[in-house]
Design a protein around this ligand. Structure first.
Ligand code: MN
Length: 333
């Protein structure tokens, strides 16, 4: 349950805010930050967004002037983090997911607020607006801001804020099909559309700007896809060689798991990307198969059906074998 009154109180009692989200931010993290920023600015608040990571190319259209989604710079920003009134962390609840910003955030005397829809928060903040019943952080942000605009009738959504929330919700629901997509989600989307959001344009901006290399990488990866355990598990590996050949990077494998998951009978998919010093692994599963538990075996985390991790100092072949072997027990349904 979200404590809407408490959120309103925090907003009214503070004037300067820093908003941040997790490393390798996604549409939900970035859209939520921007919507929160633009709404609070309308209330006269002073808002900065600082992220550990640069904005992925897929989401560069959200910040056309390249001036809103700033990358944390210790020299420029350390003082600001320590002197700001309130730090709001969106779409993650783990300090280590803030990477280079973690210690600065934790050491700041600012009021720390977490707005998120993931389970098992790390208890380093002052207030938590967490509910894992929501499809996305965007949906939570909608509800928090909706309560404010009911109170303060001179502040409202507009097309830009609505589009940012739409992108947050669209991306985290897999375009409105993942399990926590419900009536509430669609009612919120209907409300956002009333502000002039263009669904065709929003989808095209996020999903129809692939590089040629990315599509070729996908082709190579699918060509080498392997199956295990009676075809219940499908797994794909992207090697450094494949990234070099296609002039792509790990970021561009985002959503590759959709393809093995589309095969009838496949209950779980694993995507293993080779890094300079280890691997990045994405886990996807259906129904009650808890692949977040599989991710936890490698110090990762996420949701039951979508989780991930990074493992360093391992040989690619070894880790692939190990992950597949460990996956078997979760697939027994
Ligand atoms: Mn999210």
């Amino acid at each position: 349950m979200l404590n809407l009154q408490l959120f309103q109180k925090i907003i009214s009692e503070n004037n300067s805010f820093i908003l941040t989200t997790h490393v390798n931010p996604d549409g939900d993290g970035l859209g939520s930050e921007l919507a929160m920023k633009h709404f609070l600015q309308k209330m006269g608040k002073s808002i900065s967004i600082l992220n550990h990571s640069e904005t992925p190319k897929q989401y560069d259209f959200l910040d056309k002037t390249n001036s809103e989604l700033l990358c944390f710079d210790e020299k420029r920003d350390a003082t600001k983090i320590s002197s700001v009134d309130c730090i709001m962390i969106l779409d993650t609840n783990q300090g280590n997911r803030l990477r280079s910003m973690e210690q600065f955030v934790k050491n700041s005397s600012a009021t720390k607020v977490i707005v998120d829809h993931h389970l098992e928060p790390e208890m380093f903040a002052d207030e938590y607006f967490i509910d894992d019943g929501f499809s996305s952080t965007g949906e939570i942000v909608f509800n928090l801001l909706d309560a404010i605009r009911e109170e303060k009738t001179d502040v409202n959504f507009d097309k830009q804020i609505a589009t940012e929330l739409y992108i947050a919700i669209m991306t985290d629901t897999g375009s409105f099909r993942f399990p926590r997509t419900n009536i509430e989600t669609h009612l919120i989307i209907a409300e956002l559309l009333s502000y002039g959001v263009d669904p065709t344009e929003a989808f095209a901006n996020v999903y129809e700007r692939w590089s040629k290399g990315r599509m070729i990488l996908l082709g190579k990866a699918l060509d080498e896809m392997k199956f295990a355990f009676d075809n219940k598990l499908a797994y794909i590996v992207c090697t450094k060689k494949m990234f070099e050949e296609t002039q792509t990077n790990v970021e561009e494998t985002d959503s590759f798991t959709t393809f093995p998951m589309s095969i009838e009978g496949v209950l779980g998919a694993v995507l293993i990307n080779e890094l300079d010093n280890g691997v990045k692994i994405s886990f996807r599963s259906k129904g009650n198969i808890p692949f977040n538990e599989l991710a936890k075996e490698y110090n990762g985390g996420g949701h039951k059906n979508a989780a991930g991790t990074r493992v360093h100092n391992v040989q690619l072949n070894e880790i692939v074998k190990d992950v597949i072997a460990k996956a078997e027990k979760y697939l027994k349904v």
